[in-house]
Ligand binder design. Sequence first.
Ligand SMILES: NC(=O)c1ccc[n+]([C@@H]2O[C@H](COP(=O)([O-])OP(=O)(O)OC[C@H]3O[C@@H](n4cnc5c(N)ncnc54)[C@H](OP(=O)(O)O)[C@@H]3O)[C@@H](O)[C@H]2O)c1
Length: 189
Amino acid sequence: MHVVWYTALSIDGRIAGPGDDMAFLEMVDGSGEERDFEDFIGRIDALLLGGGTLRWLHGQGHDLPHRGIPIWLVSHDAALAARAAAADPDGTPVTRAEGDVATVLDAIGAAGHERVWIAGGGDIAGQALAADRVDEVILTIAPTVLGAGPAVFDHPALELKRFALAECREYGRGAVRLRWLRDREARPA
Ligand SMILES: NC(=O)c1ccc[n+]([C@@H]2O[C@H](COP(=O)([O-])OP(=O)(O)OC[C@H]3O[C@@H](n4cnc5c(N)ncnc54)[C@H](OP(=O)(O)O)[C@@H]3O)[C@@H](O)[C@H]2O)c1
């Protein structure tokens, strides 16, 4: 199973500004990033999602991050999961889990899924990276500095991990998309 953390962030590594402000993403809008994201999501068969991101989506009037792709929601909040599960009349499966994120990823793999998108947020991505379960990182960096807000890998005790650059692409208005693959073989020179 291949696990990808694909997100947008500021130059200073924030995936949202203070108060969950996402206005900085305007710097990426209309640049072709949306088309690349659609290509990406077309190859995803499960989502790993944190409670913080789903609450933010609900606050924005979005029931789910993406319909039709099974969601594993990492949260203590059963009501949040129930609201998400009820959101799609066509039945996007929502499974709530809590505890070790690596165990949740094992359950996703055991269910037969092969490509998992960590749809947010930095807390969940940080836990997945701490467990060395992030195989690919795709970051769209908007040309902004936010100063505060959730970090792209929000974890207190991450150890050094190496990645190999797979792609670097510039978007129209000064944004850039970088894609790296986890390099578990690399040793320092
Ligand atoms: N730039 C982007 O494209 C992008 C993408 C995604 C998110 N975001 C932003 O990022 C922010 C949310 O990210 P975040 O890092 O704060 O939160 P998050 O990772 O989405 O969710 C964190 C929450 O999930 C629950 N949780 C975490 N680990 C758990 C575990 N092991 N077991 C059970 N529950 C667990 C906890 O809340 P509960 O138990 O109370 O649910 C925790 O507060 C929002 O502002 C969102 O808009 C931005």
